[in-house]
Design a protein around this ligand. Structure first.
Ligand code: F6P
Length: 318
């Protein structure tokens, strides 16, 4: 029976991570466990940055963006000798199990630790919504709402000046933020890995929009195209004047939406229940509105075509 558990956040931060940490701490204490925060993700685990948490330690954190226990990326975690040091540090505090909040890199780390005897549960914390197995990740809804707010503002000025606004959003290799934002703001065009890119088609669509509209919104997922080259092509080949905006890290901050707070809180509770049931190497997923625990390997291998499906819906709206 486990007595002491740890919680860490790893990889890029996401709004709602604090709510998840709070839930793990409070649910753990409610079940009679000692709960420890590992600061700065796996890097902090390697460096032994561990502190006991109490109910009060997580007061006034629910509504805050970022992660108050810090996060980091530690590529060296793939080396067994690095993980062995981490496990020694956990043994020093008598910590038997961990809840690891982050993206798929975090999940791989959690799986490796589980194989080495420290049972870990993964919680999906990333704005990208790119984790297989779950329909929603903690932080996605808040980032999406930040993007929608920003694009609504850009549309005001684009319409005034009869301009085309090219907005680059985050997402790493996943177009979920771009496509959902495209639907929510009524964008004319979305460009991301799932949509592919054909400059001729984009120019045609922009020219078509110019016939009846005072603005044209193009949402581009990062790492897909050179937005400055597209700006130039639109300026040269369409009636619109184009402007680019990169939303950048603004998308990662801010107070989490109620949706993210609830998702994070309920997932945190579920993670503790999983550990108490003696399970490890699983992750918590939301599927059709219900939470369930799925083996990490199984979740990571699941095909994820929900983004392409959403794009089909987006195209119906043109
Ligand atoms: O995974 C979240 C994310 O914000 C991605 O959207 C982005 O590509 C990446 O992290 C940026 O990473 P970093 O914080 O290392 O610059």
């Amino acid at each position: 029976m486990i007595k002491k558990i740890g919680v860490l956040t790893s990889g890029g931060d996401a709004p709602g991570m604090n709510a998840a940490v709070r839930a793990v701490v409070r649910a753990g204490i409610t079940h009679g466990l000692e709960v420890y925060a590992i600061y700065d993700g796996y890097r902090g685990l390697y460096e032994g940055k561990i502190e006991r948490m109490y109910r009060k330690s997580v007061s006034e954190k629910l509504n805050r963006g970022g992660t108050f226990i810090g996060t980091a990326r530690l590529p060296e975690f793939k080396y067994e000798e690095v993980r062995e040091v981490c496990i020694e540090n956990l043994h020093e505090y008598g910590i038997d199990a961990l809840v690891c909040i982050g993206g798929d890199g975090t999940y791989h780390g959690a799986l490796e630790l589980t194989k080495m005897g420290i049972y870990c549960i993964g919680l999906p914390g990333t704005i990208d919504n790119d984790i297989s197995g779950t329909e929603y990740t903690i932080g996605f809804d808040t980032a999406l709402s930040t993007i929608v707010d920003a694009v609504d503002k850009l549309r005001d000025t684009s319409s005034s000046h009869r301009r085309c606004s090219i907005v680059e959003v985050m997402g790493r290799n996943c177009g979920a933020l771009a496509i959902h934002a495209g639907i929510a703001v009524g964008a004319e065009i979305v460009i991301c890995a799932e949509t592919g890119y054909n400059e001729e088609e984009v120019i045609k669509t922009v020219c078509e929009a110019a016939k009846s509209k005072r603005h044209c919104i193009i949402i581009v997922s990062e790492h897909t195209i050179d937005i400055k080259a597209l700006e130039q092509a639109i300026n040269e080949r369409t009636p619109f004047n184009a402007r680019t905006t990169v939303l950048g890290y603004i998308q990662r901050g801010g107070s989490p939406t109620p949706r993210d707070r609830i998702l994070a809180s309920t997932m945190g509770v579920k993670a503790v229940e999983e550990l108490l049931a003696g399970n490890g190497g699983t992750c918590i997923c939301e599927v059709e509105g219900k939470l369930k625990a799925v083996p990490i390997e199984e979740a990571l291998n699941q095909k994820r075509d929900q983004v392409s499906e959403k794009y089909r819906e987006f195209k119906e709206l043109w």
